[in-house]
Design a protein around this ligand. Structure first.
Ligand SMILES: [Zn+2]
Length: 330
């Protein structure tokens, strides 16, 4: 954790900005181990491996999980614990770590193309560019999106509820020789001051939150210039697919999957500080692990045919697509 980040933080319990910093281990400007304590309410937030931890102890040490996902509709703490456990267990698999530290690089051309598909649309649509912008990724996981915007020249930071994911994100940036700030916290209650990042960004993470609009409100509060949201789009096609049982509402990580209604999201952004909103859509399926046939489809003429087909589908389906890419300018 850089000292600059320390100046942006606030107490996640009482929102006070007076945090007292105690350093146990540091390396230049980087604080590796220590704690921050709130001068008002007395809450203490540890810093481990350079990551400040603002998660409630009850969630950070996830245990006593009720396994029935239906419980999660009312017990949001349980839903969050289930997701932390799921992603934490993924991080313990040796083979998975190798993939996650570089994903989507080192994979086939088609895999890379699909993984950056929405982000590229967002990057082309965003009018101001990312050079030297401070960008905070909500639910950054193992840092894949942070790396994408870092390559665009942004100064990146990410928050996530799963501590071991943030450790991998830091590891990823060590490998590429870049800097990333990480905060372990709940996206619905972020320990950061108002307007302290230029851009707040979320990709396929808000739909994991029990209260996604609470997290979006946090994004709007923290962003100075804009919020960029890429999430599942609620459309007639999705509604039909849910009725037919081909789209599941519960994900394997234990969360209810929220599909965003574009009009509601647009209105919400405007009511909470966005002056204008731009919408884009995309229609495709992403694979976490690439199937064997991706190698063949990455070759000419298949790859080029897929690119054209995706473009045509996106343009013809419009708001009926399964992903929405929404930019709210403040
Ligand atoms: Zn406090």
């Amino acid at each position: 954790m850089n000292r600059n980040l320390g100046e942006k933080l606030l107490c996640s319990n009482c929102r006070s900005q007076t945090l007292k910093l105690n350093i146990d281990e540091e390396d230049g400007q980087e604080i590796l181990r220590g704690e921050m304590s709130c001068r008002v309410c007395g809450n203490v937030f540890p810093i481990e491996d350079g990551i400040p931890i603002f998660l409630d102890k009850n969630i950070f040490y996830f245990e006593n999980i009720k396994e029935d996902v239906k419980v999660n509709l009312v017990d949001h703490i349980n839903q969050k614990k289930m997701q932390i456990r799921f992603h934490h267990n993924e991080n313990a698999e040796e083979e998975n770590i190798e993939l996650e530290l570089r994903r989507p690089y080192g994979q086939t051309k088609l895999y890379q193309y699909l993984h950056h598909y929405d982000m590229n649309i967002a990057a082309k649509t965003f009018k101001d560019g990312f050079q030297d912008k401070e960008l905070l990724s909500f639910g950054c996981g193992r840092g894949m999106d942070c790396e994408f915007f870092w390559r665009y020249g942004a100064k990146v930071a990410g928050l996530d509820i799963t501590y071991s994911c943030l450790k991998l994100a830091r590891e990823r940036f060590k490998l590429i020789g870049g800097d990333v700030e990480t905060i372990c916290c709940d996206a619905e209650m972020v320990p950061l001051q108002d307007n302290c990042y230029d851009i707040c960004y979320a990709y396929d993470s808000l739909h994991h939150c029990p209260k996604p609009y609470k997290a979006i409100k946090e994004m709007l509060r923290i962003a100075k210039e804009a919020v960029i949201i890429i999430e599942p789009n609620s459309s007639l096609i999705i509604d039909l697919s849910i009725k037919l049982g081909t789209t599941r509402l519960w994900e394997s990580s234990g969360n209810y999957k929220h599909y965003f209604k574009i009009k509601y999201l647009n209105d919400f952004l405007k009511e909470n500080g966005a002056k204008s909103v731009v919408n884009e859509f995309s229609f495709y399926k992403k694979f976490h692990r690439q199937p064997a046939w991706f190698s063949l489809l990455s070759k000419f003429p298949f790859f080029h045919a897929i690119k054209i087909a995706l473009f045509m589908t996106r343009k013809s389906l419009g708001s009926l697509s399964n992903h929405c890419i929404v930019i709210g300018y403040k």
